[in-house]
Design a protein. Sequence first.
Length: 364
Amino acid sequence: MEAVRIRLEQIHKTFLHRIKGEVTAVKNVSLEVEPGEFLTLLGPSGCGKTTTLRMIAGFERPDRGRIFIGEEDVTDLMANRRNIGFVFQNYALFPHLSVFENVAYGLKVQGKNTADIDREVAKVLELVGLTAYARQFPHQLSGGEQQRVALARAVVIEPRVLLFDEPLSNLDAKLRVYMRGEIRRLQKALAITAVYVTHDQEEAMAISDQIAVMNEGRIVQVGTAEELYLRPEDAFVAQFIGRINALPAKVLTVADGTVTLSLFGRSFRLTAPPDGLAAGRTIQVFIRPEAVTLTRETGGDLLRGVVVDRTFLGEKADYLLEMDGGRLSATAYDPLRHGTFALGEKVGVGIEPGVIHILKGGGE
């Protein structure tokens, strides 16, 4: 089946809460998912991502706005007429049915004959590596195996799109990493358009072609993992994608497409500043902890800091530094090779102008 585009046009959804009254879950969201693309809706709990997914699936109807799958307006179609595959957070397997029977269920509903069902179920069980488990029941399977059954059941009906609602949240950390690779492999093999919901930023960055970051019912930025990480459009995205140091900096000069800032008692010259900056203003900038370099050398042009907290994490070590005028987080990779810094140790701190980013709307 040829991959199709998903298009949302100004969809809006409110719910009546018995305590809070009317709650707006999704606010005029517009979005396009290209054919064959894997897009993740990423955001904190309550941001509207699952409600958006459920409206695409047909489990919820928008109060206004339109939803298109391919060229078809499906806004008013029931879920069972949209030809979508949905993978639930809790797997939603039938406990009294075998793996084969769970996967075959949708085909039986479609009225397929026994020979076709046997052939198509066998093919998809091989695709997800569960051929040997066909006669097992859900309670006999691990969490990862149950999730693969849910995947097989979703794709065997040859849906136009695949939808995932936090499908890995019940798995342990190592199994989550493995299963996200399996989901991506399957989506690519089928060349199917997919929308995935998670609050896990690392999961979203690892699995997605595009990520739509949501907050308070709105999409605040759409881009690749690299674009969101390196060029966040506002403070929320910068803080939600990865870790940041959000720091006050004073504007010293603005001229010829550059801005000079004062930070930790030193001046830094940055190129291409946003509009609206003026000398004398205090603005907010951000620096990723891994962009800060640490050394035992404390002379020359280096800033100076004192280690006030440290966390050793094997492949990296996180530090909190007391600086002249504030605190700064830094991450050092490969500490087994380069060594670690002790609590109370004085260190040299390197910050290049290119790693300092001015947040849009960051003025104080």
